[in-house]
Ligand binder design. Sequence first.
Ligand code: AHG
Ligand code: MN
Ligand code: MN
Ligand code: MN
Length: 336
Amino acid sequence: MSARVSLTQYLVEQQRANGNIPPQLRLLIEVVARACKRIAISVNKGALGDVLGSAHSENVQGEVQKKLDIIANEVLIEANEWGGHLAAMASEEMDSIHVVPNRFPQGEYLLLFDPLDGSSNIDVNVSIGTIFSVLRKVNNHRGVSEEDFLQPGKQQAAAGYCIYGPQVTLVLTLGDGVAMFTLDREMGSWVLTEKDVKIPSDTKEFAINMSNKRHWAPPVTRYIDECLAGTTGPREKDFNMRWIASMVADVHRILCRGGIFMYPWDAREPGKAGKLRLMYEANPMGFIVEQAGGLATNGRQRILDITPTKLHERVAVVLGSRNEVERVTRYHQEGA
Ligand code: AHG
Ligand code: MN
Ligand code: MN
Ligand code: MN
């Protein structure tokens, strides 16, 4: 039997090889991974754990919060605030940033998360996840404010997600490729199961919520219509479609076998750039996808180059297999 590599061992070996994982960052990753184990246990209990259904409150995004949105948010905060590795946290489920309380030492990192991604799938027992992004607090002034978080995604020190599906899998990048760890439930440990994930450059599979078709901009309609035209259309091949409505699950499939994922701008909310959140969803997923050899744009611009103007900023997202994302981006440049 080949030796099993744990998350801890992977991080220590990465540090030895590349020197890119300071002790605070290693602690941060391990603490987030432990919090995800805790969330996985709640997700698993389902109806037996009184974790299903609505919490009857609304988040700053105007979405009704599910009980698990709130539980996962609390687990991540509690797990992370005492370790001395963080200055502050920001979350899809919190109006403003959570500064590490004075009773704990202040660290040099900022943690951002979507505690529970795919909320609409919780109650129907379909894969959901947790997405996280790590930034350095670049200003050395005392204290921390929302301003400190407004950094482009290319400055992320790390990003990852955990998918709670048939298996619980943690996917991680520290800027040097993408690794996957599967949770060994009996042992309670993360085991390295894929150490250099690569997304194929070409694909015959797209993921988009087709019910919004009438609201799309012309470049998106053109791209999807061409896919739908099949072997007799301009693409001269048949495409398959998947839409799980959990970004983690759709992105995970793309990391495993390729594909393109789109949540484009649509005409329902002209003032907003898109539905997904730049800092909790698009940036961490964009970083992971690029590190796996794919691309992530908003149709016009690389996601990781966008400088946020506010914490809960939204963005259109096109990501996945390189040649398909390039095509969609080109259609936007051509105007349709
Ligand atoms: P969240 O549950 O964190 O609010 O995110 C849901 C997101 C994303 O995971 C998914 O791709 C998308 O919303 C699904 O949206 P539709 O229900 O509009 O398809
Ligand atoms: Mn939500
Ligand atoms: Mn989400
Ligand atoms: Mn969420």
